[in-house]
Design a protein around this ligand. Structure first.
Ligand code: EPS
Length: 366
């Protein structure tokens, strides 16, 4: 009921608070025999972590994963995989002035209304710190999907504030701290985010995730649709206010004759659907995008109320991201990978005996 877990055959439960002693997760349902070592978590956790560039929060966490269970002699055993990361750089005094204040745009007021008690240090459970464990859990899912099915899940930014890429190159994405596919714009982005930070304000962003190699047939209609579960998983990421699958809201202005992805024996002629029809993967690239709101923790003073219901002015000190969307790419990839692995296992459970069904239409014809 309390919804700190998700998934059906691959379940992920996360626990921990931003300024507590540790954060962790339990991944249950991973098939036995997958090679898994603590070092394998490092790359994706570094991509998401704070303090790795001048353009994100300057909190410095090592984010070293300890595997507590579920792995024996370097291989998963089929039992629950428990992972833990110690918090080492909490600075709870930054929150001293905010203990009895509901920061505007944060979950402070809603957690208080729901539970009647909250851990206000660093946002407690509602902090983006929690997303660390989603990324850790998804290291397992990404590896299993790649080895078992040849699926690759990768993402990039497509908008920061009003800036959009003028060119697209997957190879550029991992060469700059913005996950930006247009290397020629990186200096412009640096200047933009520096100016934003100086002004004490923040800005939103848009991230796109693409999963290649997903075979046709994953997804469970009616209530376990692949797009429905992706939307829920992506919407559960902190600061996400919108999710699109394929063309998403742009479909409103399209004609059916343009939107439907026509099929030829050589392949689909387009991919407006984002690789999902009827809640089931088509075999085309799966494409999902998210909109992230501007960080609510900003230096620009804002109005709110305190525990006594009195008006107060709030200025959020501390080490915050001028654009939380910058670090969201690995988190969005993680949620897509976890949903895909869960759906793959569910497909195998019910339909594993169906085998190859003809005809198999190849992906998009370029
Ligand atoms: C966050 C506020 C900042 C970020 C944190 C997310 O934490 P603090 O106030 O303790 O410096 O650094 O992000 C992380 C620590 C992380 O690992 O992502 C928030 O309010 O969500």
């Amino acid at each position: 009921m309390s919804s700190n877990s998700f998934g059906k055959l691959l379940t992920v439960t996360t626990f921990g608070e931003s300024h507590g002693p540790a954060i962790g997760c339990v991944v249950d349902g991973c098939p036995p025999g997958l090679a898994l070592a603590p070092e394998e978590f490092r790359a994706d956790l570094e991509r998401r972590a704070t303090g790795r560039s001048r353009f994100t929060s300057q909190r410095h966490e090592a984010d070293e994963v300890e595997i507590l269970s579920g792995v024996y002699q370097g291989r998963t055993t089929g039992t629950p995989i428990a992972l833990v990361i110690r918090n080492t750089d909490q600075r709870s005094k930054d929150y001293g002035d905010l203990l009895d204040t509901f920061r505007p745009g944060h979950a402070d007021y809603t957690y208080w209304q729901k539970y009647g008690i909250r851990d206000p240090r660093g946002g407690g459970r509602s902090s983006a710190r929690e997303t660390t464990m989603r990324v850790a859990a998804a290291v397992i899912a990404k590896k299993w999907l790649a080895e078992r099915h040849g699926v690759r899940v990768r993402g990039h930014l497509v908008q920061i504030g009003d800036l959009v890429p003028r060119a697209f190159d997957w190879d550029a994405v991992e060469t700059n701290p913005f996950f930006w596919p247009d290397a020629a714009m990186v200096e412009e982005l640096e200047a933009y985010v520096n100016a934003l930070r100086k002004s004490g304000d923040s800005v939103g962003a848009r991230v796109t995730v693409v999963a290649d190699g997903v075979p046709a047939g994953w997804g469970e209609p009616i209530y376990g649709k692949l797009d429905g579960e992706l939307a829920a998983a992506l919407m559960s990421i902190n600061a996400v206010k919108g999710v699109e699958i394929g063309d998403g809201f742009a479909a409103v202005a399209q004609r059916g004759s343009a939107h439907r992805d026509e099929i030829t024996p050589q392949g689909f002629l387009s991919n407006h659907a984002g690789g999902i029809l009827g809640g089931i993967s088509t075999g085309q690239a799966l494409v999902a995008s998210i909109a992230l709101k501007p960080t609510s923790s900003i230096l620009v003073p804002g109005r709110s109320v305190n525990l006594a219901g009195e008006p107060v002015e709030v200025v959020t000190k501390g080490r915050h991201d001028p654009c939380v969307g910058i670090r969201a790419t690995p988190i969005a990839e993680a949620m897509v990978a976890l949903v895909l692995m869960d759906q793959a296992l569910r497909h195998r459970a019910q339909c594993g005996d169906v085998g190859a069904v003809e005809p198999r239409v190849p992906g998009r014809v370029e």
